[in-house]
Design a protein. Structure first.
Length: 94
């Protein structure tokens, strides 16, 4: 299990991994920050980017804030960083 610090931009034009801000991953989601919609969108975006089931990704802190802590099951810290780097590189080549 790994923890990931995430900074979220809700109500964006598209769902996307944006890059690193120090040790924090910046992401954008189209969902509005109401009734957990943005949190669910962040969980889905990260699960897809990491090729993990949606149930393996969970916002555990910062539910009502832009800065969140996300728990990711099934991957260690080194593997997490590698998968995110690959997803960001893939995004850059599109």
């Amino acid at each position: 299990m790994s923890l990931l610090e995430v900074k979220v931009s809700p109500k964006a034009s598209r769902d996307a991994l944006l890059g690193w801000l120090g040790g924090t991953l910046k992401v954008a989601v189209t969902a509005a920050p109401e009734r957990g919609k943005a949190n669910a969108a962040v969980e889905s975006l990260l699960a897809e980017a990491l090729s993990l089931p949606r149930s393996a990704v969970r916002v555990i802190a910062g539910g009502a804030a832009r800065n969140k802590r996300v728990e990711i099951a099934g991957v260690d810290a080194a593997g997490l960083r590698g998968r995110l780097e690959a997803a960001l590189a893939d995004r850059a080549t599109r």
